[in-house]
Write a protein that binds this ligand. Structure first.
Ligand code: FRU
Length: 486
């Protein structure tokens, strides 16, 4: 089959009526039809936010990758635009893989990976090269004649000849740079750095960072940026072994902080931490907007996990809420962009409720924001149960003995199960918990974004209850819940 953007658009138009609404999200960007994975090309261009995404429109499963495209004025309400890229050239024959966007001379450039299968075993017989596409209107893209702009001859000795993908292009110190995901062929993920003056001719600079043997065998989807004086390298390591409560998913996401040396063009890492402590957060990408905010968005699913909408729903895949990364008192915080508050509807509120046992709140729903302040007092454990119905609940709990917060989706409904935990200290004896529930997702921000946990959940449509509970006495000092609807 030959693919083109126009064919993809027509297919989506003709088949959209088949979508089942049951788990469709209300205020998250999701696949318009068919499959979505990584966010790509995240940029603010001519006043609008653009998000592209890895897309296979023809089935709700991964296939020859296209780039889907959506725009927004406020990062929350998105409108779909025509499919931007389809695998229709010799240099991207088997897929337009992940990449990024940059503005140059008023035009919008996409830099992406061309995936080329070379033999009978597509999992092993392939190579990857980097291409450019350009648009004057931000809607229709033209692939440049110079493609590939980074080819196989640009791969340094010792780097994988196959896994060479996901360029994130950026401008720094008056030059263009791109970071690329790679591995050293010996089971260690690494990031390659390239430099260019014109986006067309590229030179290899250095291996910017590499696994110490405990950080996964291949690194995907890198990003590099400055955050309030700190240099941050972000990437998605595959098969990174767990470290305590962290990195418990098959594939992880990491941000590594350190110092960029503009003279030597090197990065000195100082430490690293997970981006999210939940289940479904992969391949994040950031952009810097005109308010100076560093905003990150990720695929709100991950590889090799069950996605129930693949069966009979005609879609699979969504992106997280855009989150602002903020540096505060030596910490990096992740906060939902404040624009989400514009969509707050009806407010339900509680103050100073002493909890001892379990209480059903006189509020519920499947799409809302909830902000709770717990004073731990003498309780051993306390928390909230969301999407509660007959035999169903998603449990958020804090245990005061060890200072561990837990997200339990063992009884959330259909779909994947499990528990994720993260340590987070109380602040003056209090826990501030902000949760965003959207049909088939929950994102929990703890202590103003010190830790975040993201999970897809698939409860029944009638599982709408909310409960607060404590083992021992605690105080729910305040709880606010707003319906969120676009
Ligand atoms: C990450 C990833 C990228 C690749 C894309 C293919 O999820 O594996 O490395 O470009 O997905 O769809």
């Amino acid at each position: 089959m030959t693919y083109t953007p126009a064919k993809a658009d027509q297919f989506i138009r003709e088949n959209k009526h088949l979508l089942r609404s049951e788990y469709r999200l209300n205020y998250h960007l999701m696949s318009e039809f068919g499959w979505m994975n990584d966010p790509n090309g995240f940029i603010q261009y001519k006043g609008e936010y653009h998000l592209f995404y890895q897309h296979y429109p023809y089935r709700p499963e991964w296939g020859p990758m296209h780039w889907g495209h959506a725009v927004s004025r406020d990062l929350i309400k998105w409108n779909y635009l025509p499919v931007a890229l389809a695998p229709d050239k010799p240099f991207d024959r088997d897929g337009c893989f992940s990449g990024s966007a940059i503005e140059k001379d008023g035009a919008l450039y996409l830099m992406y990976t061309g995936h080329i299968v070379t033999g009978p075993d597509p999992k092993n017989d392939y190579y990857q090269i980097q291409n450019l596409a350009v648009s004057e209107d931000g809607v229709r893209f033209h692939k440049v004649d110079d493609n590939p702009v980074i080819g196989l001859s640009h791969i340094p000795p010792g780097a994988s000849r196959k896994d060479f993908r996901d360029p994130k292009v950026f401008r720094r110190d008056g030059r263009y740079y791109a970071v690329l995901g790679s591995n050293d062929g010996q089971g260690n993920g690494q990031i390659l750095l390239y430099r260019s003056e014109d986006l067309i001719r590229w030179a290899f600079v250095c291996v910017m960072a590499k696994s110490d043997g405990n950080m996964g065998d291949n690194w995907e989807c890198p990003d590099f940026f400055e955050l309030d004086g700190l240099d941050v390298l972000m990437f998605s390591p595959q098969r990174m072994p767990p470290q305590g409560r962290d990195y418990r998913n098959l594939h992880s996401t990491v941000y590594m902080w350190g110092r960029w040396n503009a003279v030597d063009e090197t990065f000195q890492a100082e430490g690293y931490a997970p981006m999210d402590q939940g289940f479904d957060f992969y391949a994040p990408q950031t952009t810097l907007d005109d308010q100076g905010r560093r905003i990150v968005v990720a695929w709100m699913d991950t590889w090799e996990t069950e996605i129930p909408t693949q069966n009979g729903h005609y879609w699979a895949g969504a992106l997280t809420l855009p989150r602002e990364m903020v540096r505060k008192e030596g910490k990096v915080l992740f906060k939902p962009v404040q624009e989400i508050e514009r969509y707050r509807g009806e407010l339900f509120q509680i103050r100073d409720l002493i909890l001892d046992g379990e209480t059903e709140l006189a509020a519920g729903g499947d799409s809302y924001e909830l902000e709770a302040v717990f004073e731990a007092r003498d309780a051993e454990r306390f928390g909230l149960k969301l999407r509660v119905g007959e035999n169903e609940q998603t449990v958020l709990s804090y245990s005061t003995g060890d200072g561990v917060f837990c997200l339990d989706r063992n009884h959330s409904g259909i779909g994947p199960k499990g528990v994720r935990e993260t340590e987070v200290p109380l602040c003056d004896g209090k826990l501030l918990l902000r949760a965003f529930v959207d049909r088939s997702s929950v994102e929990v921000f703890l202590q103003d974004g010190e830790k975040v946990m993201t999970a897809r959940i698939y409860p029944g449509e009638r599982s709408l209850g909310i409960r607060a509970f404590a083992e021992g006495r605690c105080s729910l000092a305040s709880l606010k819940k707003w319906d969120l609807r676009i």
